[in-house]
Design a binder for this molecule. Structure first.
Ligand code: XMP
Length: 509
């Protein structure tokens, strides 16, 4: 495995993605990890990530320099390179010009990291400081116009440094450089596959859980579904999946879940119908954050009540993914500073005093999808778009009523049908409707109508942190609008949301 030290770069997850694409397992850890802990992990190589700080700033992140005495190859990227230079006795200083964007990299030799790479190639720079003097044993291996030392190596100790970012697509041969580091320098082998992961994880769960009981809150999303299948493989009947129907779901949601789990995967589920309870608690509530809090609280009460019917439960399984784990232990944020307010299951384990099982905590979303496929989840399930925990409640502006839910559910069904039929479903991060209980005048046949507005929201995104509004074909927009206005009673106007995130958000509430 490869250990990545997170110095706070916006690209650190990309480094991990690239390493895993090369089928080598890697983990990201904060700089304050102890050298003992590193030794226990026994990494074949260490990558020091970039970061926004300057090495001479007072609170810039540092790690124990004993890492350079482990005899393990180290690759420093940008800030990571500067940290290495500083720690080993060289010097780093401010540069006249900040270098940001493309630069032409001139290599001195095509060996080591640069083996098999032409002497000139483009790279992506983003830094203020530069290397002024290299530590003993290092030699410069490449330069750009503004960085005389754009790369350096100490081949004897297998230390390498890159001032640019090999992990971004803008450095076209960056992946080849990482590949050289992993396979030629660290001696890794490309053995990280989802089948191997599934096998090992199932065994690990068995070892940890033994004959004890586990509960899991199934939401119908990809993450909790894949967690359920893994757990079921590992502990069989000792797993109880609980699905809370909060009455805020899309049409057929509960039935589809039943079909996929009970019939297709033979995993029994406890269904709890609690729609009325949620609706009562939400009565008259218009503030989005209040809606979320109420839904979170009622969910917890319902889930707890159901779970308490099962004797001797020791574990709670959750589908936490790696990006959340990384964020919560990032170099700069405290463990609680970044956890999103909408992780409404987060309060459960503390209250219920259960031990957590989080088998996906080292995986990225696309890896979870591959794993789900390997475990036999149908494609249609694996490629479901994300659906928020508070469901349709945050897609109805203002208070949530049974009638409004029913209108929105109908709109949502038509929209999904058309998006799927046009082949856009998988290409969009999310596509959905929002009900604006604002009335406007329309005309149907010879009648004047005075009805609600439905907004269509469709976005592309990689991780929901940023998103672009989707440039859907006009014909598709027209078809959706026609069908919605003609088929859904209570809507006489459809608008398309053309805002990106930021400054807007994906959901309207
Ligand atoms: P925003 O609206 O913040 O959404 O741009 C980003 C992503 O998060 C989802 N989302 C939620 N998911 N509970 C959830 O489980 C919530 O309260 C919630 N709010 C937003 C949203 O669908 C999008 O994918």
């Amino acid at each position: 495995m490869i250990l990545i030290i997170d110095f706070g770069s916006q690209y650190n997850q990309l480094i991990a993605r690239r390493v895993r694409e090369l089928r080598v397992f890697c983990r990201i850890e904060p700089p304050h990890i102890s050298v003992d802990a590193i030794q226990q992990m026994n990494p074949e190589g260490i990558i020091l990530s970039g970061g926004p700080a300057s090495i001479y700033e007072k609170n810039s992140p540092k790690m124990d320099p004993a890492v350079f005495r482990l005899g393990v190859p180290v690759l420093g990227i940008c800030y990571g390179f500067q940290f290495m230079v500083d720690a080993l006795g060289g010097s780093v200083g401010g540069s006249e010009k900040r270098e940001y964007g493309f630069a032409l990299l001139q290599m001195k030799k095509n060996e080591g990291l640069f083996s098999g790479i032409p002497r000139q190639t483009r790279c992506w720079m983003s830094h203020g400081d530069i290397i002024k003097r290299l530590p003993k044993g290092f030699e410069p291996t490449a330069s750009t116009e503004n960085s005389p030392v754009a790369a350096a190596a100490d081949p004897k100790r297998t230390f390498f440094g890159l001032q640019f970012h090999p992990e971004v697509h803008h450095t076209p041969l960056g992946k080849k450089m990482l590949k050289n580091f992993l396979f030629d320098i660290c001696g890794c082998r490309p053995t990280w596959t989802m089948s191997a992961f599934a096998r090992n994880t199932i065994q690990e769960i068995r070892d940890a859980v033994g004959q004890q009981k586990v509960i899991l809150g199934l939401s119908g999303g990809v993450d909790s579904s894949v967690t359920a299948v893994l757990l079921h493989r590992a502990v069989g009947g000792n797993l109880t999946c609980i699905f809370v129907d909060n009455g805020l779901l899309r049409r057929n949601e509960a039935a589809d879940l039943k079909k996929t789990f009970s019939e297709h995967l033979h995993i029994p589920i406890r269904f709890v119908r609690a729609g009325q309870r949620f609706l009562t608690a939400l009565k008259g509530i218009t503030d989005p954050e209040k809606k979320r809090k109420i839904i979170g609280r009622v969910f917890m009460e319902v889930f707890e009540a159901e779970a308490s019917k099962i004797q001797n439960v020791q574990f709670l399984a959750q589908g936490t993914l790696y990006p959340d784990v990384i964020e919560s232990m990032s170099a700069f944020g405290g463990p609680t500073s970044i956890i999103k307010s909408h992780h409404n299951v987060g309060g459960l384990p503390r209250k219920m005093k259960l031990k957590l099982v989080e088998p996906l905590r080292y995986l990225f979303k696309d890896e979870v999808r591959i794993l789900g496929k390997k475990l036999g989840l149908p494609d249609s399930w694996i490629w479901r778009q994300p659906f928020p925990g508070p469901g349709l409640a945050i897609r109805i502006i203002g208070s949530v009523t049974r009638d409004r839910l029913s209108i929105l559910r109908h709109v949502d069904t038509l929209l999904e049908e058309e998006i799927r039929a046009a082949g856009f479903y998988k290409r969009l991060w999310q596509s959905f409707a929002v009900l604006l209980p604002l009335k406007s005048v329309g005309i149907m046949g010879d009648h004047r109508t005075y009805e609600n507005i439905a907004a269509i929201r469709a976005v592309t995104s990689k991780d929901a942190m940023t998103a672009d509004w989707a440039k859907l074909p006009h014909a598709l927009l027209g078809k959706m609008s026609n069908r919605i206005i003609n088929e859904v009673r209570g809507v006489n106007r459809v608008v398309y949301d053309i805002s990106s995130k930021p400054p807007s958000t994906i959901e309207w509430e």
